[in-house]
Design a binder for this molecule. Sequence first.
Ligand SMILES: *Cc1c(COP(=O)(O)O)cnc(C)c1O
Length: 428
Amino acid sequence: MKVYKTSLLAQCDSEVARIIQLETERQTNTINLVASENHAHPSVLEAQSCLLTDKYAEGYPKHRYYGGCIYADAIETLAIERAKKLFQAEHANVQPHSGSQANMAAYSALLEHGDTVMGLDLSHGGHLTHGSKVNFSGRWYNFIFYGVNAKTEMLDYDEIEKLALACKPKLIVAGASAYPRTIDFERFSYIAHRVGAKLLADMAHIAGMVAAGLHPSPVPYAEVVTSTTQKTLRGPRGGFILCNEDLASAIDAAVFPGIQGGPAMHIIAAKAVCFYQAMQPEFIDYQLSILRNAKVLAAELQNYGMRIISGGTDNHIVLVDLSPRGISGKEAEEALEAAGILVNRNTIPFDPKPPHLTSGIRLGTPALTTRGFGVEEMKHIAALITKVIFHPGDERIQKQVCQEVKEMCQRFPIPGVAGEYTKGSING
Ligand SMILES: *Cc1c(COP(=O)(O)O)cnc(C)c1O
């Protein structure tokens, strides 16, 4: 197997090259259903391996604390302009090193320590940075959690409104890491404004669909929008923040010098490539395929007798409740991994099991869709997943499924890994 650009590395450092080679083989031979992962296009990888990694450019375009920033300015300005155009935002900050740093900067621009904030309960699909006790967010701010309705397993906006009226938050965070349904940002903004709060929309998971116009955009409704670039948006590992002009200087100051030093200019170059790709008509086809694949996966699993949280999916995520099968998320995750299928254990709403065990698994279709897996493959994968989960201790079945997984994976190479830089690999 050919590895992307490691021949020099293999000569200079065979230990690192060998591990990268093994990781490439692992990814190639695995059915990756981790909802937060994707495969960046080889042009994104090329941009993020360029010499801009060497450049210090603390500050912002035209206001740097280092010389020699002429091209750093050019690339960051391009990334900013593309982000603004793609999401129709007044202002963009493309410097956050990650989604978590984007949230940290947004909070520090909008809040004082101790302020009350509302966020989605972690066990109902929220993110660590939405108030978890083991995260800075939960330690520095007074988070009050809203959840999903016990019956529908969907966000209950009437309950969210009641809670907001009762706890008078300064900020409401809307966004999730494991919520399979459309988020009504308009309704969230109505609730926030009714109680005098600001709205922060964290679209880390759904940014690709928002860019393609396939999920309602939070940009018209939220004072601040944070995101990652590496998930459905299929860019490099990183974050960005969108807001209106009135908050622009507060957000920029919160990122730098607030919480970061020099920006990762090579990653900003790769973000610019990612924003450009997300403007192309093929990107809409890609996002449509993600959605179609997720719908088929959910329906097929349901046909096999699995309970799907909320009864289905509107996005790239399928949450499976394993409790009727008497197996934990941890057991399912491990059995599936032994069979070459990667998912992650996930709490389900009102989960009686702790986070290291969980009653559910989270599946997502962005990475497989990038490789070109389609509806027929989703049906096949649903059958394989069911087989493994219904016989969690059966190593013979796991071995047999592993072989089928390998054969399927060989037909759908990761873009760039097999040396195919065709346009088709952008389309996924
Ligand atoms: C993934 C995610 C983040 C954090 O992104 P990192 O880049 O891993 O720090 C923040 N918010 C949500 C909702 C996420 O899903």
